[in-house]
Design a protein around this ligand. Sequence first.
Ligand code: ATP
Length: 515
Amino acid sequence: MTKQDNQFKKVISHAKEYGYIVQSSEIYDGLGAVYDYLQNGVELKNNIREYWWKSMVQLHENIVGIDSAIFMHPTTWKASGHIDAFNDPLIDNKDSKKRYRADVLVEDYAEKLLKKAQKEIDKAKKRFGESFDEEQFKTTNPRVVKYLTQRKKALQKIAQYLEENNLEAVKTLIEELEIACPVSGSKNWTDVKQFNLMFGTKIGASADSALDLYLRPETAQGIFVNFLNVQKSSRMKIPFGIAQTGKAFRNEIVARQFIFRMREFEQMEMQFFVRPGEQIKWYKTWKERRLAWHLSLGLGQENYRFHKHEKLAHYADAAADIEFNFPFGFKELEGIHSRTDFDLSSHESHSGKKLQYFDPELNKSYVPYVVETSIGLDRMFLAVFSTSLQEETLENGSTRTVLRLPAILAPVKVAILPLVKKDGLPEIAHKIMADLKISFNAIYDEKDAVGRRYRRQDAVGTPFCITIDHQTVEDKTVTLRYRDSMQQKRLKIQEIKALITDEVSMSNWLKKIKL
Ligand code: ATP
């Protein structure tokens, strides 16, 4: 098992052990790629959602939020292109009987070549030191050139074949590249087939009047169909945005990466309506703004990178992903797409209703262009959780597991720990608890030695612990312990609330977003 696999396993088991995430219907052996958030998971998830919502709706005077229904009229999905084009190319390995996305097999192959090239570059960097010219090395070293060319060719070919819907060529490519099934190791593949990812269901009581519906595969369409309702009732002028968070459903073919790829998941999307011709300017702005939001959480700049789409979706004229360094490597966390006027125009023609905006400055009506930012809440959860989970060796040689969650996102902000269960200490601790719980999530714990209680809170990710000891009875001071540094300081009971409020206040963190 590689170091990465090991770390990922730890993330999954820690999530279960500390009340964050478990598989859905676990007692019935679980349901594939569907997960339940437990007592700590739901708090962390709510906090991430709130931080996103505030940064969109509260910080931007020209963005409002909505909450549209999961069920939508079925024509919505005809207009959006999902019925005709929301397909993934699937391929089965005949020996392991495992199912894969053909494009992902090729992408993983390309990623391996990139890693090989990077290895050569890192080796040379070490050898040449200061004088190393990376760009020159990349274009002249025969091995690196070979890896990078092979990678580029494979990616270009898969993009081209999918564009042409040439599934035979996709299969031939997989055979030519000698891609083997990661499970069986064999190259015994079936033909490639297209598979629509939408879940179907029915609405209505009797069989003949029932209407075929889909569970929405994205939240965006609920925004598009309400574009004019919001614009008219809010009297907003272009450019303006509509934000929404909510569940989306996709019958994913490959679903083996915990909450990275789920069949039921949550999205946080914002559609920004702009004048035709100004979309690329806004697309660039939103790329910058979204990266700034991520960086404000302090998970490390090196963990993010942009990936520009070579193959654009049918609706886009520019698109990029923000990729994050997950335990299994860099993968898409968020998409920023310039969607042109595709969606609104298509809804206009399918519904027969005008979806135009009258621009008083230009004195004319038009269908606005749209720049979208779309992030998976669960993927963001995984990014935060996996990066925060760390193991460190202490000075005395022992190790501690610590979940260094950003303080604003932590499910519980403070633990109240009386040193012993007697001498009036629990009474004081309960009083402190009663006061603090009005302002934020606090937890009271008097079981076990205080050292063990600290470790428990480290593992859950609680940023502060307050210990009440015999000195508290005398002078009304307590010990405050910081999770990350384990440093402690003495402070007065009445100073606790202000200190913690300052550290966990979303306003203070929102200020850090460099817009
Ligand atoms: P991928 O290429 O990984 O399948 P996508 O390009 O289809 O993703 P979008 O349609 O752009 O994804 O959706 C926007 C965001 O929604 C993604 O960036 C991701 O964070 C999230 N997302 C999409 N599919 C899933 C899923 N099955 N499980 C969890 N999150 C998802």
